[in-house]
Design a protein. Structure first.
Length: 262
C-alpha cells in the first residue's frame, strides 16, 4: 500500500463480518445472526479508536466473496454507501486470493523438499458445497497470485476430480510430487473427500481450516495489500457480489391455452 491509499478501511462479510484499519485491531463478528446489524456500529468503533472520522478515509476495500448472497450483499452495500458519502476510492477484492497467499506464507517454508506448492482456497457455500479456486505461482510478491482454475462452486467430490485432472495435465506438476494445501472455511469439514486426493501418487494434502481474516491485523493487512496491488496494475474488479450459484427461482412455464367452447 502507498501513502495515497491510507487511511484505508477493510469491510468483509463473506463469513461473519470483519471491519478494520490495517495495522490496528479489527472488529470481527462470527455470529451470523447479528453480524449485519452490528456492521455500522463496528465501522464507527474502529474509526473512533483510530481517532478518525469517516471523512478521513481515502480508500475502502470490500470483500466480494464468493459467499452466500444475503450477508455478502450487506457488506458491499454498506461499503458503496460509505464511499459515496465520503468520496473515498472503493476497491473490491475476492477473498480467495488473499486466502491462498495466507496459506502459502504459512506452509511454503515447511515444504521446501517438494517441487511445487499448490493452494486450493475455499469458502463454505453451504448446501454441502464449497466456493473454490486453485492457485499456483506465488513467486512475485508484487503481482497477483496465478490461478490454475476459474473461481467456481461445486461439491467436494467434484472439486477433487477437477484438481486431479489439473495435476494429471502435467503443466502444474511437471517436475514431480506437489503439496496441496486446502485452506479456508469448510476445508476441514470434508476431510473424508480430500482423502481421495491424498491417494494420488503425486499429491500430498494438508488441511488448513479457517479464514485468513481470523488472523486479525495480519488478515486485514493482507486483504488491503491484495486489493491495492491489483489496483496498481489496473486490475479493478466490479464491486458486485460473487455469488456464483444459480438463483433458486426459475422462470415459470407459459400458461397452457385452454380452448373455450362457445
Amino acid at each position: 500500500m502507498s501513502g495515497s491509499d491510507t487511511p484505508l478501511l477493510v469491510i468483509d462479510t463473506s463469513y461473519g463480518s470483519t471491519v478494520g484499519l490495517p495495522g490496528r485491531e479489527p472488529c470481527i463478528e462470527t455470529e451470523s445472526r447479528s453480524h449485519v446489524e452490528r456492521l455500522q456500529v463496528n465501522i464507527a468503533k474502529v474509526m473512533d479508536q483510530a481517532g478518525l472520522s469517516a471523512d478521513n478515509l481515502r480508500t475502502i476495500v470490500v470483500g466480494l466473496g464468493p459467499a452466500p448472497f444475503t450477508g455478502l450483499r450487506a457488506g458491499i452495500v454498506t461499503a458503496k454507501a460509505l464511499a459515496f458519502a465520503t468520496g473515498a476510492r472503493l476497491l473490491g477484492q475476492d477473498i480467495l486470493e488473499p486466502q491462498a497467499r495466507y496459506a502459502y506464507s504459512r506452509f511454503s517454508q515447511q515444504e521446501q523438499d517438494h517441487t511445487r506448492l499448490l493452494v486450493l482456497a475455499v469458502n463454505d457455500a453451504r448446501r454441502r458445497q464449497l466456493y473454490y479456486r486453485l492457485f499456483d505461482d506465488f513467486g512475485d510478491v508484487e503481482a497477483p497470485a496465478r490461478p490454475l482454475t476459474e473461481m467456481s462452486i461445486d461439491y467436494p467430490a467434484a472439486i477433487c476430480e477437477r484438481i486431479t485432472a489439473v495435476a494429471e495435465e502435467g503443466g502444474s506438476v511437471d517436475q514431480g510430487p506437489v503439496t496441496l494445501v486446502i485452506s479456508g472455511h469448510g476445508a476441514g469439514r470434508y476431510a473424508d473427500q480430500w482423502e481421495r486426493l491424498d491417494k494420488h501418487p503425486d499429491i500430498r494434502v494438508i488441511l488448513d481450516e479457517g479464514s485468513f481474516l481470523e488472523d486479525r491485523t495480519r488478515g486485514t493487512g493482507l486483504m488491503a495489500a491484495c486489493a491495492c496491488r491489483r489496483a496498481q496494475r489496473g486490475l479493478i474488479d466490479p464491486v458486485e457480489p460473487l455469488y456464483l450459484r444459480r438463483p433458486d427461482v426459475s422462470v415459470p412455464n407459459p400458461l397452457k391455452h385452454v380452448a373455450v367452447q362457445s
